[in-house]
Design a protein around this ligand. Structure first.
Ligand SMILES: [Fe+2]
Length: 208
């Protein structure tokens, strides 16, 4: 069954702040309230658009879940460098949650989280890593970096794919926001590689 997506009533300049109540069938939602116009496309209500929105819901859950997991990873880290990196990525992750809310708003879709089995598995793996390595060891930090990079690669694949799809569906503003998050995930991954190669792997090897 085809769904219809309400189009925004344009103001003089076509950028009138949309009404989040009417846009969400009378329900309020967590939205960024950035005043951007919602995007619609010929694919609205199609199976592909539904798939795209499902992917956003999955990432919305994943990012919120990471907001809870990253402090545990920071606490378990033994080097200041890695701890700082996790703390820094925690603040980025919170902005990713808000940016996804902007994308939902642009699409006139309620911001909803849908459990992401992939991220749940990856964070469980990170927890296991903490349990299975010695408290004050550098091996702990090596393991945490690899666990975090698995998370980043999952996010890079998801944001990369959805950014491309948004471009294809001519959802340009959504594509720009998703592309920004994609870049930030790649930067986080590069920083993790950098500290592993420069110091943490070497120190763990010397400790062994
Ligand atoms: Fe993120």
């Amino acid at each position: 069954m085809k769904k219809t997506i309400k189009k925004q009533v344009s103001s003089k300049n076509g950028k009138e702040k949309r009404n989040p109540v009417s846009a969400n069938n009378g329900k309020t939602s967590k939205s960024a309230g950035n005043g951007k116009s919602p995007e619609t496309s010929p694919e609205s209500g199609s199976a592909l658009k539904d798939f795209f929105v499902d992917g956003l819901k999955d990432l919305y859950w994943a990012e919120q879940h990471l907001v809870k997991s990253l402090p545990k990873m920071a606490k378990a880290s033994n080097t200041k460098e890695l701890k700082d990196l996790f703390v820094e990525h925690l603040s980025k992750t919170k902005t990713h949650v808000s940016k996804l809310e902007e994308v939902f708003q642009l699409l006139n879709v309620k911001a909803q989280a849908k459990k992401c089995d992939g991220m749940e598995g990856l964070t469980k793996e990170a927890d296991k890593t903490i349990e299975e390595t010695e408290d004050n060891s550098m091996t702990r930090d090596v393991a945490l970096i690899i666990a975090a990079q698995k998370v980043e690669h999952y996010e890079i694949a998801s944001y990369g794919g959805l950014t491309q799809l948004a471009h294809t569906m001519r959802l340009d503003e959504a594509a720009n926001i998703l592309g920004e998050i994609f870049q930030e995930e790649k930067e986080a991954d590069a920083l993790l590689s950098e500290i592993a190669e420069r110091s943490i792997n070497v120190e763990a090897e010397q400790e062994a």
